[in-house]
Ligand binder design. Structure first.
Ligand SMILES: Cc1cc2nc3c(=O)[nH]c(=O)nc-3n(C[C@H](O)[C@H](O)[C@H](O)COP(=O)(O)OP(=O)(O)OC[C@H]3O[C@@H](n4cnc5c(N)ncnc54)[C@H](O)[C@@H]3O)c2cc1C
Length: 439
């Protein structure tokens, strides 16, 4: 691969990175040939044109903290196109509640900029604060706040996408109702960079709440975690998070019982009223009440719960079957190493129907791969039979390959492959060689 051609397109020192540490920009045991840091949309278009001519496989990225997430491992990546140097906040109109930014802006950078205007973007994706906005939309990553505020796609008003074959598409606009006909914008959320590089975003903003309060409940014989969450969900007020935590997941809660954390983000006047409504509903006192920065810190640490896990599974299901599924997680206990400190844990965002299952340390005996794969596939069947779906978000490379991140998508697979071909005819952005050969 002749990188001198790339240096002609990206002439500034540091824009083409070829020699880096073993773990930098690597996914599993592999590294790309080069990481590129374009400074403009024109440079991205030129890079993609060159990649098309030479059949180089490219992966769009932000800061590279989650390159292994949901990765179909049979893909060879020649180039990573990182948006991290395109990190300007372009327009912020507080009166019109929107911000326009380059996709390499981090969520943290954005929140700091918005704070003086008493506004924020209510998203709390798992992982590091250096997550870029382009990646959050591309991976549709979100946490506990999705209960009250929705998923990343609910906050995007507009986006600019450079497709695999170098076309620039401007999708959506600055107002909420801005799409006539088919809303292509929604396709970007969870697209994992398969349709192109997201270069700009227009995001809808919210007023920063005056009060932040978290109520922590501990389950008991009369109230299981899910029945507590169920009662709280029916409180006649908007709650921003209702999360169920397995025993021992957080030290603020006792280690024997399942915990429930409810977050109220409101005006000073309303926060006590909402709490009173919740307590009336549950007929149970919280074991702890966290206010202001303590409440924020609790949820900040909760979003990093999975950072050291060997395996992270995301289950989507109706809240009404969550109780069943939480019991059935026990089937995965055989995968856990005997000396694992964290064991098998879960974190559920009840109202959103999201159940995260975390395996701290895998048992790696002789037959571990075949056994773990079989157990996970059986568990995926169990979830699907109840109308849910199971995504293997993170796992060792060999296990991901056996189980696959999403399982069989059947007809959807064909549809997605067709869409990929429209946006990226030469499949230079394809996330797996399986897709490349699905002619
Ligand atoms: C330890 C850890 C745990 C995490 N756990 C979860 C989890 O459980 N669930 C979850 O959903 N997320 C999880 N994430 C992901 C996280 O929430 C963010 O999505 C991610 O960290 C984004 O940061 P980044 O800029 O480094 O993305 P990168 O790692 O640079 O990119 C991630 C992927 O996003 C796509 N992408 C990035 N930028 C663009 C762009 N501009 N255009 C098109 N595609 C793009 C690419 O497909 C790329 O492979 C985790 C992250 C970390 C570090």
């Amino acid at each position: 691969m002749d990188t001198s051609l790339l240096r002609e397109i990206l002439p500034v020192k540091g824009q083409v990175l070829e020699h880096f540490g073993e773990t930098d920009w690597s996914f599993f045991s592999r590294q790309p040939r080069a990481v590129l840091f374009p400074h403009s949309q024109e440079e991205i278009t030129s890079v993609l044109s060159l990649a098309n001519e030479n059949n180089w496989n490219c992966m769009p990225a932000g800061n590279g903290t989650w390159l292994e997430g949901c990765m179909n491992t049979d893909r060879e990546v020649n180039l990573i196109v990182s948006m991290s140097k395109m990190n300007n906040i372009l327009v912020h109109e507080p009166d019109n509640l929107f911000v326009e930014l380059e996709a390499g802006v981090t969520l943290e950078q954005l929140q700091v900029t918005l704070r003086p205007s008493k506004q924020w973007l209510p998203l709390d994706p798992p992982g590091k604060n250096s997550s870029t906005m382009g990646a959050i939309i591309a991976t549709s990553s979100c946490g506990a706040l999705q209960t009250g505020f929705g998923r990343p796609r609910d906050h995007v008003l507009g986006a600019t996408l450079i497709t695999g074959d170098g076309k620039t598409l401007k999708l959506g606009g600055k107002t909420v109702k801005n799409v006539a006909g088919f809303d292509l914008l929604k396709l970007l959320s969870g697209s994992w960079g398969r349709f192109g590089v997201i270069t700009k975003l227009i995001m809808r903003l919210h007023p920063l709440p005056e009060a932040d309060r978290t109520l922590l409940f501990s389950s008991n014989q009369a109230h299981s975690g899910t029945s507590l969450a169920h009662d709280i969900m029916h409180t006649p007020a908007t709650l921003q998070s209702i999360s169920i935590l397995s025993p021992g997941l957080r030290e603020e809660l006792d280690s024997e019982n399942t915990g429930v954390a409810v977050r109220i983000l409101e005006s000073e006047a309303a926060v006590d009223q909402v709490e009173a409504l919740i307590l009336e509903r549950t007929d149970l006192l919280p074991c702890k009440r966290l206010n202001g920065s303590e409440s924020e810190a609790f949820f900040e640490s909760l979003k990093n719960t999975d950072t050291d896990s060997d395996v992270v599974i995301r289950i989507k299901c109706l809240p009404s079957i969550m109780k069943n599924l939480i019991h059935q997680i026990e089937a995965l206990q055989s995968l856990v190493a005997d000396d694992s400190l964290g064991g098998l844990q879960f974190l559920a965002h009840y109202e959103s129907g999201i159940l995260l299952v975390l395996i701290d340390k895998l048992k790696l005996d002789d037959d571990w791969l075949a056994q773990s794969a079989e157990t996970l596939k059986e568990f995926r069947d169990t979830v699907e039979q109840q109308g849910g779906s199971l995504t293997l978000l993170f796992a060792p490379e060999a296990l991901l390959k056996e189980v696959t991140p999403w399982g069989s998508l059947d007809e959807l697979e064909t549809l997605c492959a067709g869409l990929e071909k429209v946006f990226d005819p030469n499949q230079i952005l394809s996330r797996s060689s399986a897709h490349r050969s699905a002619e």
